[in-house]
Design a protein around this ligand. Structure first.
Ligand SMILES: [Zn+2]
Ligand SMILES: [Zn+2]
Length: 133
């Protein structure tokens, strides 16, 4: 069986947790974000298992549409000044509680995501310790 890494994420701006224990996806707390499409605003919930792209949302997002994602606490937009190397859409970044940053592509349907560590050796060892793989 493939080992799963579930991430506990927080807002890079206000540092509040983005985890929603009330709404689970794949039996894990979901990552709750406010989203804005061209037409409407709503809530997006992502699966916290790294590499699993399950999500639920109450807005209609077209395949290939870029969605703006906001922290539900401070309402800051979470996009960063870097674009997806696959599709060119803005990347969105979250802090991982254990250390490091996870980046995902803001385009619906693009599965580009990566974990970035500032200090690889130190953060990775912490990461391995926390998640035990
Ligand atoms: Zn925030
Ligand atoms: Zn992309």
């Amino acid at each position: 069986m493939k080992k799963e890494v579930s991430l506990s994420l927080k807002c890079p701006n206000c540092c509040q947790s983005l985890m929603d224990e009330q709404h689970t996806i794949c039996d894990k707390p979901s990552i709750k974000l406010n989203v804005e499409t061209e037409h409407e605003r709503g809530v997006l919930r992502l699966c916290c298992i790294y590499g699993n792209c399950s999500k639920t949302t109450d807005v209609a997002i077209d395949e290939g549409e870029i969605v703006a994602m906001f922290c539900p606490h401070c309402n800051q937009e979470l996009s960063i000044k870097e674009n997806c190397e696959i599709c060119g859409a803005p990347l969105v970044a979250f802090f991982i509680k254990a250390g490091g940053t996870v980046r995902i592509c803001s385009r619906n349907g693009c599965t580009n995501h990566a974990i970035v560590f500032k200090d690889v050796s130190e953060e990775m060892s912490k990461f391995y310790y926390e998640y035990g793989f």
